[in-house]
Design a protein around this ligand. Structure first.
Ligand SMILES: Nc1nc2c(c(=O)[nH]1)N[C@H]1C(S)=C(S)[C@@H](COP(=O)(O)O)O[C@H]1N2
Ligand SMILES: [Mo]
Length: 196
């Protein structure tokens, strides 16, 4: 059983669980405002530089899970597609293209914002957004789209699935009590600094 599951990390699939997803044939389209749009498959992602970010995924529903998230930095990925000067937002689409969420380019380019495929050295399973998910510890968890199939570079902002339903567009983490998944769900006071 994976670490995430062993710790009983909540599994959110508001659009419905996607079922079994095939890692080997996984493809992520990177399109929109860039010079070199492209499709990155699992092998392409495996060949790119791996970054491990020790950080927390923290939900506005007030759980937080810390670990070594492994993947490709969004900044490394974007270097390949050469974003245009007017690309200001990065929109992530999950499998089925029902769930989407967008983050500002500055946040996408930060050190710990990843296309993640690992947690504590284990490949992510479908429950937790495998094969490859967005991971952005700087913002509430709804900005970390699971099982990403498409990234769109845009010059304007569009509210995503949860943002349209009332969650804030900026998703700035507000300090407060959360259930600390690494510690059996016990309450813990958490600030943004603890998340990153
Ligand atoms: N496709 C998709 N991505 C999603 C969600 C979702 O329901 N569907 N939930 C978001 C929310 S609100 C959070 S807190 C995290 C939860 O990640 P987990 O299910 O791996 O714990 O995923 C985010 N990404
Ligand atoms: Mo969440």
């Amino acid at each position: 059983m994976s670490r995430l599951k062993m710790m009983d990390t909540p599994i959110f699939w508001v659009e419905g669980h996607p079922g079994t997803l095939d890692r080997e044939s996984w493809k992520i389209e990177v399109v929109g405002l860039c010079e070199n749009p492209g499709i990155f498959n699992w092998d392409d992602i495996m060949k790119m530089k791996k970054t491990i970010a020790e950080a927390r995924l923290t939900s506005v529903t007030r759980f937080s899970v810390k670990g070594r998230w492994g993947g490709v930095k969004i900044s490394d990925l974007l270097r390949e597609v050469k974003p245009s000067d007017n690309a200001r937002f990065c929109r992530f689409w999950s499998v089925k293209k029902i769930y989407d969420t967008s983050i500002p380019m500055e946040t996408a380019l930060q050190e710990k914002t990843l296309l993640a495929y690992e947690f504590d050295g284990e490949l992510l399973e479908e429950d937790y957004g495998g094969p490859v998910r967005g991971f952005c510890p700087y913002l509430w968890g709804y900005k970390s789209a699971k099982s990403v199939v498409k990234i769109e570079l845009m010059d304007h902002y569009i509210s995503g699935f949860w943002e349209k339903r009332g969650y804030s567009d900026d998703a700035l983490i507000i300090p407060g009590m959360v259930r600390d998944i690494n510690n059996g769900g016990r309450l813990k006071m958490l600030s943004l600094e603890d998340c990153i």
